[in-house]
Design a protein around this ligand. Structure first.
Ligand code: PLP
Length: 372
């Protein structure tokens, strides 16, 4: 039998990502492919960098999209900043903090874990104690928006502490960029990575990163070569350098970059502060609706992310059955629990253009109907 073209079903994506993609972005994706060293493409890439500086609220020169998903952005930060033997304090309050630990180990570093509670923000006082107990630490790493639990940590306070203890910071902003307040320069973040498929409502597969001058100094003065050729920022800097000086490093995913450019243009048109406020507005409505249905959120108020709402599954309710009915009857995707929370929670995303009133109302209605 001949295999036919693939036509995906039309879903509403309210899980932990990817989120629904703006039609303008899918349209941008289908524009003609040009060479990745074409002067017009180079010009567009310069605009991507500028728009990204706006999104990250930074003037860092080394701000660019890595041609691979969020995990590659994570890996880029760790392989470039961690040298063998470096002590790195890693805060783990969910799945993605655990991955940071793994990255430190693979880069030859020595992780010191601040074990937090799943569903809570990173405990700033615990981090301070750990920094005091390990004065030879080089880096503090934490997840700003823990997608596995819906908890938002106080990145500003954590970065301040790191500075006071002469540590660089590595911050995971995969789920926060575009959805929650995030100030790379204002908070003094040294290395940050994100993704395109969450609050930017772009197609998955690109990871924006940004490095402070202090981080760049550390990368340029490494004693050991970065063990990953593809993610060595010393080489990538040459590829993403301003204008026509660019040297070939890899073939950029040309059309995905058009899509990313469009996503950043949309963000700029809305205004980043308005985007943060919109996520908060629809989160408040969703949280009220869930509570009215007798459902409970995992994360205490004040530590909650707007864009990721982890809901406790009521006793006696079949997790998989509910998600599968939502998908088959309502074309609505919500997320399952991950790691320690697998089988215990649903994760309802309000990310990017998925954060809107229609989605909130239809999700509450569908959930009510399925739960009976
Ligand atoms: N970090 C966080 C907080 C995430 O939520 C994710 C993905 O969900 C990642 C890292 C990895 O990103 P990707 O799946 O794009 O590789």
């Amino acid at each position: 039998m001949t295999i036919q073209s693939f036509h995906p079903p039309k879903r509403t994506l309210m899980g932990p990502g990817p989120s629904d993609v703006y039609p303008r972005i899918t349209e941008a994706l289908s524009r003609p492919t040009i060479g990745h060293l074409d002067p017009e493409f180079v010009r567009m890439m310069d605009e991507v960098k500028e728009l990204l500086q706006y999104a990250f609220r930074t003037s860092n020169a080394l701000t660019l999209p890595i041609s691979a998903p969020g995990s590659a952005g994570m890996e880029a930060c760790f392989v470039n900043l961690v040298e063998p033997g470096d002590k790195v304090i890693v805060c783990t309050n969910g799945v993605f903090g655990g991955r940071m630990k793994e990255n430190v180990e693979r880069a030859g570093g020595e992780p010191v874990i601040v074990q937090g509670e799943w569903g809570r923000a990173v405990d700033v006082a615990e981090v301070e104690k750990t920094l005091q107990a390990h004065p030879d630490s080089k880096i503090l790493a934490f997840v700003h928006a823990e997608t596995s639990t819906g908890a938002r940590s106080d990145a500003e306070a954590l970065c301040r502490l790191a500075r006071e203890h002469n540590c660089l910071t590595i911050v995971d902003a995969v789920t926060s960029l575009g959805g929650s307040e995030l100030e790379v320069d204002g908070w003094g973040i040294d290395a940050i990575y994100s993704g395109t498929q969450k609050c930017l409502s772009c197609v998955p597969g690109i990871s924006p990163v940004s490095f402070s001058e202090k981080a760049v100094e550390k990368i340029s003065s490494r004693k050991h070569k970065v063990q990953s050729w593809f993610l060595d920022m010393n080489l990538i800097m040459g590829y993403w350098g301003k204008g026509t000086k660019r040297a070939y490093h890899h073939t950029a995913p040309v059309n995905a970059m058009y899509a990313f450019h469009e996503a950043l243009v949309i963000l700029q048109e809305e205004g980043i502060e308005n985007a943060w406020a919109r996520h908060k507005l629809h989160h408040n409505a969703l949280a009220k609706g869930l509570e009215a249905m007798g459902l409970e959120l995992v994360v205490p108020e004040g530590e909650r992310l707007s864009q990721l709402n982890a809901v406790k599954i009521p006793d006696g309710v079949d997790d998989a059955q509910v998600r599968s009915e939502l998908l088959s009857k309502y074309n609505l995707e919500i997320g399952a629990g991950l790691g320690n929370l697998a089988g215990k929670v649903w994760r309802i995303g309000l990310m990017g253009c998925s954060a809107n009133q229609t989605n909130v109302l239809s999700c509450l209605g569908a959930l009510q109907a399925v739960l009976g």
